[in-house]
Design a protein around this ligand. Structure first.
Ligand code: ADP
Length: 482
């Protein structure tokens, strides 16, 4: 099959979070399984590429990990140093969506699947059906929702700016925003849901959750209307990016095949690295941490609560958080950083630091993920792969991948961490209490959890097979007029 991914992120060259990692992991595995994958990405000004050869005036092509990477160039739209930092983000991605399809038209090669990701490229679906149908040969369109909170609300005039009639789309059946407060707005993610042949989220539980008013962010009614084309496919983690056996960021290496002794020794050495660099107290334990964007989705209140509890209970708390943008969160987290500066039990590091992330996953005893909602979540998967036991709020993909070690309804062999149901301090605390208790009183069970997590298969092999089945299925779906 020939699959074209149109995406805002592609790791490691353009990554802000999970999206970029998912794109590279899935694409590489599809190639490994014999498919042809092409990736279309904006040529941001911060991409570090040595081997790009200019092919046409506006498109650069290069090979990356078996995938053909096409970089659409437009300094006016894609410069500015960040993926999501542009003043006119809507303009950036609407321009990109149209430019990607124009590029496919110019190339004139038929493709089997056009795979779109999140609101950034969702508008390719209506564009494809209404404008490019006869100009680009595509057999099926799939939209993957990696995060339904961000929907790309904009005005009809934004669509006019890329040469389509915005007013045409401002109807409830098409792209009119479902939020009753903003009926004058266009919703790009809705466009992807309505016009694609199939839609998937990145976990089965999240596919159910977006049907509810609590987690649908006003798109639940549209999701319910189109539920027959909705499914959930759990993400994998890219084994080339995340492999503790050969990870260049680590001092000591290990993996699921290593003996327990080797794993524990290696983790202790990796812990020592952070102790030496950040003066964290090695005698305190357990070490609990998070690697995350600091936004309301990720439960910032509960992260703060974890810090407090961990210090009180004699553990070490580490937070590697992408610097909070939202002013209130920013003020709170920087105040906390000042308060705990130099504290031997606390490290608060507000940067995007890929190498440090690897070192932290390998050093921690527990990873905390207290998200209010979580479409899939990669950090709990990476943590388990690195022998770190997850403590997560039971929502979305966290619920599909972490099973509480005391849950009698789950087979004992599947139990791999701690979960808590409510997004409340009390609910979190009960999980932390249990985790601390286990760590201090029952090392054997704690080590079983470490091993169990490391032996799980989080590779892209199975998820890619499920995507392939879906790709095959949607090629035979007849096109409907909307
Ligand atoms: P999301 O995509 O919502 O941010 P995910 O859990 O799906 O969350 O993916 C987050 C990815 O980004 C993980 O690979 C995680 O290690 C990485 N990450 C998040 N914050 C940082 C940071 N401050 N520094 C380095 N890596 C980070």
């Amino acid at each position: 099959m020939k699959i074209v991914q149109v995406t805002a992120e592609f790791a490691p060259i353009a990554k802000a979070g999970g999206l970029g990692e998912v794109l590279v992991g899935l694409s590489r595995e599809l190639v490994r399984q014999g498919d042809e994958v092409e990736v279309i990405l904006p040529k941001y000004d911060f991409l570090h590429f040595d081997k790009i050869s200019q092919v046409t005036k506006n498109v650069y092509i290069t090979e990356y990990q078996g995938c053909r990477l096409h970089l659409i160039d437009s300094p006016e739209h894609f410069h500015g140093g960040k993926i999501y930092g542009a003043e006119d983000l809507i303009g950036r991605f609407l321009y990109f969506s149209r430019a990607a399809l124009e590029y496919l038209e110019e190339r004139g090669e038929p493709i089997d699947i056009l795979h779109l990701h999140d609101w950034h490229t969702a508008f390719c679906a209506p564009l494809m059906k209404d404008v490019f149908k006869k100009r680009v040969s595509v057999k099926g369109i799939l939209l993957t929702i990696h995060n339904g909170e961000y929907q790309g609300q904009c005005s009809p005039a934004d669509l006019d700016a890329i040469g389509v009639q915005g007013e045409h789309y401002l109807t409830p059946e098409r792209l009119q925003d479902d939020d009753p407060k903003t009926p004058e707005m266009i919703n790009l993610l809705k466009g992807g849901i309505v016009y694609s042949d199939a839609v998937n989220t990145v976990s089965p539980t999240y596919a159910q959750e977006i049907l509810t008013p609590e987690m649908g962010f006003h798109l639940d009614a549209t999701c319910r209307k189109y539920r027959s084309k909705l499914s959930g496919i759990l993400n994998g983690i890219d084994q080339n990016l995340w492999n503790p056996k050969v990870d260049p960021a680590l001092l000591a290496h290990y993996d699921g095949e290593s003996s327990l002794e080797t794993i524990l020794k290696a983790k202790a050495k990796n812990k020592r690295v952070l102790h030496e660099r950040f003066h964290l107290d090695l005698k305190k334990g357990p070490w609990i941490g998070g690697v995350t964007r600091i936004v309301s989705q990720k439960g910032p209140e509960l992260l703060k609560e974890t810090l407090k509890e961990t210090v009180e209970k004699g553990g070490v708390f580490i937070l590697l958080g992408s610097a909070p943008q939202e002013p209130k969160l920013r003020a709170e987290f920087y105040a906390l950083k000042a308060e705990y500066a130099g504290h031997p039990q606390v490290l608060l590091h507000f940067e995007y630091d890929e190498t440090l992330a690897h070192e932290i996953y390998a050093a921690l005893d527990f990873l905390i993920v207290p998200s209010l909602f979580e479409p899939c979540g990669l950090t709990q998967l990476i943590a388990m792969h690195y022998g770190t036991v997850p403590i997560v709020r039971a929502t979305g993909g966290l619920k599909d991948t972490v099973f509480d070690c005391e849950d009698p309804t789950v087979p004992a062999s599947k139990r791999n961490g701690f979960t808590f149901p409510g997004a409340t301090a009390a609910s979190l605390r009960s999980a932390l209490d249990r985790a601390f208790h286990l760590f201090h009183t029952d090392p054997v069970t704690f080590q079983i959890l470490i091993r169990r997590g490391m032996q799980l298969d989080f590779s892209w092999k199975k998820p890619a097979q499920v995507y392939k089945k879906l790709y095959v299925k949607i090629q035979s779906i007849p096109t409907k007029n909307i």
